[in-house]
Design a protein around this ligand. Structure first.
Ligand code: FRU
Length: 489
């Protein structure tokens, strides 16, 4: 596969001949792993969702984009917008990097509505001649016609004393008439944390200091922080790097999760909270961002991918997609995540079955495909396990099951097609209990998102099976009743 030189990775899209881009687009279009109902880049590499907001009657979302190939290079913000969070318009590049304050990338950031405009605050990534990194927090303002103007002067111009050059991903929110900006940071002692600023006008920012959590040594860098209040709780989301795996926990290369506790006390920076909980139990989930929709719901979208992992589509000139939007709720001091209701509006045909299975594997007419939403519920379970195999053929299958003896939900992609990232294992598990289980599964051409028991846990993963692997097989070791519905996309 192509080896990218530093010069090639930092070329601007604007400098590449049209014919080269057209050729790349052709290669990408020929890839059988292109998704049907997920946000994906038309060429190149997508990573974090950015600037997720509701403005002027529409949802706006941007993503980190390196257009020229599936490597992390010069990052642009690509803009998509939607009336319903399901059907997205492609609005083209929102923020172009390459100026003095973002010479080596318009890195991640967030959006907030102010004075009838959308303020987009992002990290300008800068490298000097010796490849030493610096970062500035920059502002771009979008008007109602979606014209985006970058402001010349960074709003946060320097990195405060005590922190390294890993200082990025500003998340802006408003609380009691003041704006706050959370930034993902690395202390000089190489531990991760969140530093925050305060502002009255989104232009002049004052450093407040570090958010005081009880996680003083928890990885070497915290990326993409987020903060919101829900159900009278304070929730801090971030993506820490450098956490050791521990049993079923923290098995991916980098993590992404949250702390839940009392609302942050912004007068003294204190946040009292419980332990760090992973947002997703699957293989490919990172750098999520949330926003409040026009009904006051908290909605989350993540990157269905991870840094420093090679994906099978790299050779086809593109990589990664975003997750489906999820609505967040709090139950028993935990975040519950459900696919947003609008997703069901896309659904076409609907088939359902009701059966009871005793120590068997079973398929049903019409229950197959490569782009669908499958809901299945196993009740009155007696025995060892119940589950479903997706994207099956004679040699391939992707399996989710509930092991009622071990009290675990298990996701297995060891036979899911083209292999990748296997050094991080091929099975993920998490705790579950009860005598019934419901899987709400969204299968696209190269991904699965599995919501367990109405959003108690989610497993999000890329898979790369053959197009012909389109079977669905339900199974029980022991006995159980089964109800299942399938909607094709
Ligand atoms: C997270 C991240 C961010 C950074 C961006 C660059 O995936 O590394 O910290 O702003 O990606 O694309």
């Amino acid at each position: 596969m192509k080896k990218w030189t530093r010069e090639e990775r930092y070329q601007k899209l604007e400098d590449i001949p049209d014919i080269d881009i057209k050729n790349l687009e052709k290669i990408v279009l020929n890839c059988s792993f292109r998704q049907k109902f997920h946000i994906q880049p038309k060429t190149g590499l997508l990573n974090d969702p950015n600037g997720f907001s509701y403005f002027n009657g529409k949802y706006h979302l941007f993503y980190q984009w390196f257009p020229l190939g599936s490597v992390h290079g010069l990052k642009y913000w690509y803009h998509v917008s939607s009336l319903d969070l399901v059907n997205w318009d492609q609005d083209g590049i929102g923020i172009y990097p390459g100026d003095k304050n973002d010479s080596h990338g318009a890195y991640s950031g967030s959006g907030i509505v102010h004075n009838n405009k959308l303020y987009l605050i992002y990290t300008g990534n800068i490298r000097d001649y010796n490849w030493i990194r610096d970062s500035k927090q920059c502002l771009a303002i979008m008007d109602k016609e979606s014209n985006i103007i970058k402001q010349n002067k960074p709003v946060i111009d320097s990195i405060p004393e005590g922190y390294t050059e890993h200082f990025r991903d500003p998340k802006i929110f408003k609380k009691d008439d003041l704006y706050y900006c959370f930034i993902g940071a690395q202390r000089n002692n190489l531990t991760g944390c969140i530093v925050y600023y305060q502002s009255k006008n989104l232009i002049n920012w004052n450093l407040v200091g570090e958010l005081n959590t009880s996680l003083n040594k928890f990885g070497y860098m915290w990326e993409c922080p987020d903060y919101f209040e829900l159900d009278n709780k304070g929730i801090v989301i971030f993506s820490p790097q450098g956490i050791k795996e521990s049993g079923d926990l923290f098995n991916n290369i980098y993590q992404s999760g949250y702390l839940i506790g009392d609302k942050v006390d912004f007068s003294n920076r204190s946040f009292s909270h419980g332990s760090f909980i992973e947002l997703d139990r699957g293989f490919d989930f990172y750098a999520p961002q949330t926003m409040e929709d026009n009904k006051g719901n908290r909605i989350l979208i993540g990157w269905m991918g991870l840094p420093d992992i090679n994906y099978p589509t790299d050779k086809n000139g593109w990589a990664n997609c975003l997750t489906l939007p999820r609505i967040l709720e709090i139950r028993n001091n935990k975040i519950i995540q459900r696919p947003i209701d609008e997703l069901y509006k896309l659904q076409k045909s609907n088939l359902n079955i009701s059966d009871s299975l005793i120590n068997q594997e079973k398929s049903y007419d019409g229950f197959n495909g490569i782009e669908y939403n499958l809901k299945c519920k196993f009740k009155n379970i007696i025995g060892k396990s119940v589950g479903v195999k997706l994207r099956t053929s004679l040699i391939e299958e992707t399996m989710i099951y509930y092991d009622i003896i071990d009290r675990k939900v298990v996701f297995d992609r060891s036979k899911s097609g083209e292999k990748f990232a296997i050094e991080y294992g091929e099975v993920r598990k998490c705790f579950m209990d009860g005598l019934e289980i419901e899987f709400n599964i969204f299968v696209d051409r190269s991904s699965v998102e599995i919501f367990i028991n109405n959003g108690q846990e989610v497993f999000t993963s890329r898979i790369f099976p053959s197009k012909k692997s389109d079977g669905i097989i339900f199974f029980t070791k022991g006995q159980s009743s089964l109800e299942a519905d399938i909607y094709q996309y």
